[in-house]
Design a protein around this ligand. Structure first.
Ligand SMILES: CCCCCCCCCCCCC[C@@H](O)CC(=O)SCCNC(=O)CCNC(=O)[C@H](O)C(C)(C)COP(=O)(O)OP(=O)(O)OC[C@H]1O[C@@H](n2cnc3c(N)ncnc32)[C@H](O)[C@@H]1OP(=O)(O)O
Length: 328
């Protein structure tokens, strides 16, 4: 009796992927003749160590060449479609063959890539708008543009930075291979400045420091997000990779200095307005000013700078040493 292995499948516009569940497959024989793929191999499948085979007639024409790779756990097969397009099903016969099942891991991978691509695109567009808008206004209005950055830019910055919270979840749930702590430091750090120091204190809105903080933030993101977008398709542009892993070297310390200036400028305002101060019992008769927290935060900022600078330095080293190894 012929034994049939379990076969998982997925498709892209140009290709079909089959994953044959056979461990340690040997004597693999795969060929395609007139839309029909014939597979035969020895390996360990659902019915133990045996010879397994299946025939699969595709819905539409495919190219006759087959690319396959046998791993310890499975045989991965790639077949190229004759014409690009989305097939409504895999096999010619309407009833799905019993040995065939959708490869959810690969479908999930595709959704993940799609989600990341759209996310990075939206962030890239947002930060490009911010960067270009600020540059143009600087050329048009000179120093005057420094004073109304918050009014002209903050809505888009709020949008992008709220969205950036997704990066913490992406890291935490393993959607991207990123450190959770550096991402958390980055997102919480920026949002603290944006929402608490700038957003909640009206006197800060017209300070030139807003310009420097927003400009430094967006100057890195216009390289980082397109770098990730290309990464979604396993592609890279060397110059973009270099910029993504180099521009932060001057920008990060400058960004932290600009943020620290903003915090220092806001301290007397928090003292005067008592905003966010913690009232103490009537017997004591005073309140604890939020500025105490801000003094502590200033120290935290430089700790955060140290952690992230070290992290980004390691990422840079890893990226460029991998590239060298690949090139050899
Ligand atoms: C715990 C509570 C904390 C309280 C903290 C209080 C202290 C606050 C101090 C804060 C200081 C912040 C200052 C800061 O705001 C100032 C500035 O930003 S100035 C401007 C310059 N800034 C920068 O250069 C930083 C930019 N940001 C980043 O680089 C990231 O946010 C960071 C997390 C720091 C590092 O990025 P990441 O870990 O993602 O490194 P990689 O880029 O190398 O990526 C690693 C791999 O993951 C893939 N990846 C990551 N994200 C995506 C994505 N969105 N889409 C697709 N792929 C993604 C990436 O491709 C890498 O994969 P591979 O290795 O396979 O290439």
């Amino acid at each position: 009796m012929t034994l049939t292995p379990l076969v998982y499948w997925a498709q892209r516009h140009a290709e079909i992927y089959l994953r044959v569940a056979l461990t340690d497959a040997q004597n693999i024989d795969i060929n395609i003749h007139e839309k029909v793929l014939q597979f035969r191999a020895q390996g360990h499948g659902a019915k133990g160590q045996n010879e397994y085979e299946f025939n699969l007639e595709f819905l539409l024409p495919v190219k006759p060449e087959v690319i396959y790779r046998s791993t310890e756990r499975q045989v991965n097969i790639t077949v190229r479609k004759e014409q690009r397009g989305w097939w409504e099903r895999l096999s010619l016969q309407e009833r799905k063959p019993v040995f065939l099942a959708p490869d959810f891991d690969r479908w999930l991978d595709d959704y993940k890539t799609g989600f990341l691509f759209v996310y990075n695109l939206v962030q890239f567009l947002g930060f490009s708008w911010i960067f270009v808008n600020m540059t143009v206004r600087l050329f048009m209005f000179g120093k005057g543009s420094l004073y109304d950055t918050f009014h002209t830019i903050s809505d888009v910055m709020f949008f992008c930075q709220i969205l950036a919270a997704a990066e913490v979840f992406n890291a935490a749930f393993g959607i991207v291979r990123t450190g959770v702590i550096p991402t958390l430091i980055q997102v919480v750090g920026r949002n603290f400045i944006l929402f608490i120091i700038f957003g909640s204190v009206e006197e800060m809105h017209s300070q030139p420091v807003v310009f420097f903080v927003f400009y430094l933030w967006s100057a890195i993101e216009i390289f980082r997000y397109p770098f990730y977008m290309l990464g979604c398709f396993n592609t890279e542009w060397k110059i973009l990779t270099w910029l993504r892993y180099t521009v932060w070297i001057p920008l990060y310390p400058l960004g932290v200095i600009a943020e620290a200036v903003a915090v220092i400028q806001s301290i007397p305002i928090f003292d005067d307005t008592k905003l966010f101060s913690i009232p103490l019992p009537k017997a004591v008769g005073t309140s604890v000013s939020f500025s105490y927290f801000l003094h502590a935060y200033l120290i935290l900022m430089f700790l955060g700078l140290f952690i992230n600078f070290r992290y980004l330095y390691k990422q840079r080293k890893r990226r460029f040493s991998t590239k060298k190894r690949k090139a050899n």
